[in-house]
Ligand binder design. Structure first.
Ligand code: B12
Ligand code: SF4
Length: 464
């Protein structure tokens, strides 16, 4: 199994999807090896030699759309080295692009759409059969993403393939108290319809819960066998079912493990109330990440976020009152945004009571409502995958140049962080060399280039 190289990325997070597939394969009696090149940096001939040394029967690759540019080079080298070894692709890019992923990565033989723990078993039983959620290049039929109805059938991810202590880079959301951390999933799916999000292509709109006893079996393993000191719940929507989230917290309080908890993907603010927040704090949460996206009510409506700026402010004050810190994710350059809307986002971030803020630029994710619309008009942009990362800002809104968007992103970042109270917070948080290096790099990039993007990718023309 291969997780692709990601040069320049500061986040290193164990590949939970592959770990879940790995556990299924091991249960079937297969020998599984995982190379996380995002962690090791292994590429080219060295990567090919390493994979070749395992004499694999097949190579399973997981990729985001932001991995496509690098993967296409790496897979060409691998294809040559591995001859006829079948190359299988799953994960966000395959699920979001569907059959077109086979055009994006011509080296791939078969793609898996959606959650694949069940389809991989069926594929291994008969690789030539038509299986829902599986598309072979030799028979590119149309299928929709597959989902696992009952999460109780899933094994605990094969954590021994990616021991958390190896992951010493920054976790998702940057903030953490203690290493090693481990990302886990407790629920899959999200019923909301935010136009910029394609999560439903992978995990669907129907929310499903893992039985809490299984979640705790996994946390027991992580804490007792892998020395994990912080659990990051990476669900789309952990607090959607407030009762489930509350029961999780009550069990955490009962167990008293010396670990912190966090939900760095963000939770929906409208799902939080004082009771749940108190429980989260007692359980070991120290910050609540939330997807705010915009400080303009017009834009919040247009992206179908289903919450208003006043509703957001109210919840942030509630979180602060409970004594938890808040981190907000914003997106600049959403479709239809004007400079004025983005200025509103910047002002909102300053007055909202947030302790931390991240300002990404809009990424037209294939499979999302906004992404699909963007791709209709830009399907000829052959080089899109070369700049497909939100730090590259590939899709500024109409009438706004990429330069202006990056200038506003820089302004947002500097206005938010260059305040005495923020500087103090930053210094308090810089407790280790990894975090210190990250912040220095961010400030350097924003001050000198106007963008925090460390990626060196060629520019393609985007409409101004
Ligand atoms: C957690 C998460 C992250 C974590 C990833 C943790 C990890 N290493 O696994 C982190 C923080 C690193 C992350 C980062 C980003 N993310 Co993210 N993330 C998610 C989220 C919320 C859940 C993913 C998850 O863990 N699911 C649970 C596991 C079990 O599922 P899974 O990994 O998808 O694996 C299953 C299947 O995909 C499949 N599978 C996966 N790989 C393979 C391989 C083979 C061969 C097979 C057969 C099957 C298979 O089987 C697995 C089991 O069912 C999704 C939303 C979603 N609903 O999927 C967004 C999502 C995947 N992220 C997204 C984006 C855009 C990003 C970022 C670009 C954001 C950013 N600002 O930088 C970065 C890119 C990362 C990078 N390449 O550098 C998009 C992806 C769109 C796309 N087409 O690429 C999503 C869909 C959210 C959205 N906004 O629409 N993310
Ligand atoms: S952004 Fe969050 S709330 Fe909106 S659809 Fe995606 S996962 Fe659901």
């Amino acid at each position: 199994m291969l997780y692709p190289p990601r040069p320049g990325s500061t986040n290193t997070v164990p590949p939970i999807g592959l770990l879940s597939i790995g556990a299924v394969l091991e249960n079937l009696g297969h020998e599984v090896n995982l190379i996380d090149s995002a962690l090791s940096g292994l590429r080219g001939g060295a990567l090919a030699r390493q994979i070749h040394s395992y004499s694999p029967d097949m190579l399973l690759v997981s990729a985001f759309s932001s991995d496509v540019a690098i993967l296409s080079t790496e897979l060409s080298i691998l294809k040559e080295a591995l001859g006829n070894t079948p190359l299988l692709l799953g994960g966000p890019h395959a699920s979001c692009r569907g059959v077109r992923a086979l055009e994006d990565l011509p080296q791939v033989d078969t793609i898996f759409l959606g959650e694949a723990e069940e389809s991989i078993v069926e594929y291994l039983a008969d690789p030539s059969a038509r299986i829902p959620g599986v598309i072979r290049r030799t028979d590119p039929w149309d299928t929709s993403p597959r989902h696992v109805d009952d999460l109780a059938v899933l094994p605990i991810p094969a954590w021994h393939l990616a021991p958390p202590a190896n992951y010493t880079g920054l976790p998702n959301g940057v903030l953490y108290k203690r290493m090693p951390f481990a990302p886990i999933i407790t629920t899959r799916g999200c019923p909301y319809k935010c136009t910029f999000c394609a999560g439903f292509r992978i995990t669907g709109r129907q929310i499903r819960h893992r039985p809490l006893s299984m979640v705790w079996d996994e946390i027991d393993l992580l804490v007792n066998s892998f020395g994990v000191k912080e659990i990051h719940i990476e669900d789309d929507n952990f607090t959607f079912d407030a009762d489930y989230a509350a029961r999780f917290c009550e069990e955490a309080i009962r167990r008293q493990y010396p670990v912190f908890y966090s939900t760095p993907n963000g939770v929906r603010l409208d799902s939080l109330d004082e009771h749940l927040l108190e429980l989260m704090k007692k359980a070991g949460w120290y910050v609540i990440h939330c997807g705010i996206e915009s400080g303009s009510d017009r834009i919040l409506r247009s992206v179908k976020k289903n919450i208003s700026t006043s509703g957001i402010k109210e919840k942030i004050s509630l979180i602060n009152r409970v004594g938890l810190s808040t981190a907000g994710y914003f997106i600049l350059g959403l479709p239809g945004e004007t400079e004025d809307d983005m200025e509103k986002t910047i002002s909102f971030s300053l007055s909202s009571g947030l302790a931390w803020a991240h300002f990404a630029t809009f990424l037209p994710i294939p499979g999302s409502e906004a992404g699909d619309r963007w791709f209709i008009d830009h399907s000829d942009s052959e080089d899109i995958w070369m700049i497909f990362h939100n730090t590259d800002s590939p899709a500024p809104p109409e009438g706004i140049s990429r330069k202006t968007l990056l200038r506003l992103q820089r302004k947002a970042f500097l206005r938010f962080y260059l305040r005495p109270v923020q500087m103090l917070r930053l210094f308090r948080q810089i407790s280790n060399p990894v975090t210190l290096k990250y912040h220095i790099r961010r400030f350097r990039d924003y001050l000198h280039t106007g963008s925090s993007s460390p990626r060196k990718m060629p520019e393609i023309e985007t409409p101004a």
